[in-house]
Structures are given as C-alpha cells and as structure tokens.
Design a protein around this ligand. Structure first.
Ligand SMILES: O=c1[nH]c(=O)c2[nH]c(=O)[nH]c2[nH]1
Length: 296
C-alpha cells in the first residue's frame, strides 16, 4: 500500500502584539494579530522526526516581536513582506512563507475635545487585514477589511424571486439592508503600492457604493461594490466579498393596535443569508498562490 505525505504547512497562529512608540509624551499604539505559515521541503520531520529543517514556531513568534522592535512596523503589508522574505531567505528548505496580519484600530480618547496622549478606545470591531505569500522570486498580496458593519434604512428592495410551496417571504420595495463586510482584494504586483492610501480609498469606495447604490438585492450591492473598487483602483486585480444579510424584521405591532410603517424592527442574529461573490478585472494576472489557503 503506497502512502505519501500530502500538502503541509506549519507556523505560529495569531501572535498577539501591541506596540507603543513613544514620541515624548505622545504615544502611538499599534495592535496586531500576526500568523505565519511556512511551506517547503518538510518531509523529514513528518516521516522520521528529523527537525533539522523546522524553524520552530516559537522562533517564528519571537521573530515577529523582534522585527517590531528593530524597525517601525509601518504598513501591515510591508511588515508581512519583511517577515516572509526573512523566513524564505534564511531557511534553505522553506520555499513559501505566508504571513497574515490583522490590525485592530484604536482611537485616542478625546478629553475636553483634545485627543489624549496615551489613552485610547478600541475603534469598533473592524480590522484591516493582509495575507502576503512570499516565494523566492516574488510575492502576492491580498489585503482587506473584516467587520465593517453598515446599514441603510431605506433604498433597498427585494422582490421577483421564485415562489414555491415553501416560500413565505413577502416581497418588499423598502427594507433595511445591513451587513458586516468581509472584503479581500488582490493586488497586481508586490511593490510600488501605497498600502495605506489604497486601503483608505477602497474602504471609502465600498462604503460610498453601499450608501448610494439603490439595492434590488444584496447580490447586486455586492457586485456594485466590487466593480466600483476595480474602476477606481488600478492596483487591484480582484475583489472578493462575503456579506452576511443581517435581517431586520418589521415587528408586528397590530396586536397592540399600533401601526408600524417601517419604524420598529427585530434585528435578528441568526440564521442569516450569506452572500458571497467577487469582481475580477478581465486582464488580471493569474492569482497564483495568492488565495490558496491552508492544507485543510
Ligand atoms: O438581498 C437578498 N438576497 C437574497 O438572496 C435573499 N434571500 C432572502 O430571503 N432575502 C434576500 N435578500
């Protein structure tokens, strides 16, 4: 019976790191979750337990902290590239390093209207993300946003869907549309991109499109958001979106003799519709390993 080792990778998942850069009395806070995953010629450790090619995950974790000390973290994409290039460049048997970084935002607490020097409050549940895949000769960068929660209280309809014996949903020409945007965008190339500006503008474009596009379905809104990003940002090859439909059901107040013309809603938690899709540029270069995730 022939059995062989299949695809594998290993690394340190979710290194939590907060850095404080002290600029006199003014402190600058960064809050990151960093994961590394290394791939390469790792047959020996799996088959015989020979660990001579296994850079310990503990070392990978330490490298994250040490790199943050040695050089300002900067943009998360640059930080991930530095780490990935280090692992591939220093470990002979490692061919690919995938570094994922999520940045959790903090705002300065205003005191008497003035942003405080060293006290912060967490900015919502949103995070900025990147996954950088580094090989010997190039890198692929997929950045994004998680937990960007948005709602519009009108400008959304849903009708014209098939009705079968199990359909109860009423058609509507005015509903709440709400979602928590998970977005990922794949960059063309791996250098010369202003990561911060790109992120800011992509986020702005998605928000503006959500707000202004009259929606006949969340699917239509999803595509409009992806398309708008590709039209506005030439550095992006492809946008993938995962949009939970956070249903808001009009509460029946008639038992109490009350009308409810779109004013009081039950914000349902689950189940939720999950609408996922992508927009891709016709001439986009092949994604290579940019998206391919784990072994499982
Ligand atoms: O925008 C929507 N898309 C759907 O596919 C769907 N399905 C559903 O029940 N409500 C909605 N809304």
């Amino acid at each position: 019976m022939g059995i062989s080792l299949g695809p594998n990778q290993y690394g340190k998942a979710e290194v939590r790191m907060v850095t404080v850069r002290r600029d006199g009395a003014v402190h600058h806070l960064r809050d990151l979750t960093v994961s590394s995953a290394l791939r390469g010629d790792l047959t020996d450790t799996h088959l015989t337990g020979d660990n001579s090619a296994v850079l310990a995950t503990d070392t990978q974790k330490n490298t994250v902290y040490a790199f943050a000390k040695q050089q300002d973290v900067g943009e998360i994409e640059d930080f991930a590239l530095r780490l990935g290039r280090h692992f591939v460049g220093t470990q002979e048997k490692i061919r690919t390093a995938r570094i994922t970084v999520a940045e959790h935002g903090w705002d300065r607490i205003p005191v008497d209207g003035v942003p405080h020097e060293h006290a912060f409050s967490r900015s919502g549940g949103e995070s900025r993300t990147t996954t950088v895949t580094v090989a010997q000769d190039r890198a692929w960068i997929v950045s994004g946003v998680d937990g960007l929660v948005v709602l519009k209280s009108t400008g959304s309809e849903f009708h014209g869907f098939p009705r079968d014996e199990y359909t109860t949903l009423a058609e509507t020409d005015d509903r709440i549309l709400a979602t928590a945007v998970t977005a990922r965008w794949r960059y063309q190339g791996d250098s010369g991109i202003g990561w911060a500006e790109s992120h800011r503008e992509i986020r702005r474009t998605m928000l503006e499109t959500f707000a202004t596009k009259h929606s006949l379905s969340l699917q239509q809104t999803l595509y409009a958001m992806g398309e708008a990003v590709l039209r506005a940002r030439p550095e992006v090859a492809e946008v993938r979106l995962s949009l939970p439909n956070k249903h808001h059901f009009l509460v029946d107040l008639s038992p109490f003799g009350l009308e409810n013309p779109g004013e009081v809603f039950h914000a349902a938690d689950r189940p939720y519709g999950l609408i996922e899709g992508s927009a891709i540029r016709d001439e986009a270069e092949e994604p290579g390993p940019a998206w391919t995730d784990a072994v499982l």
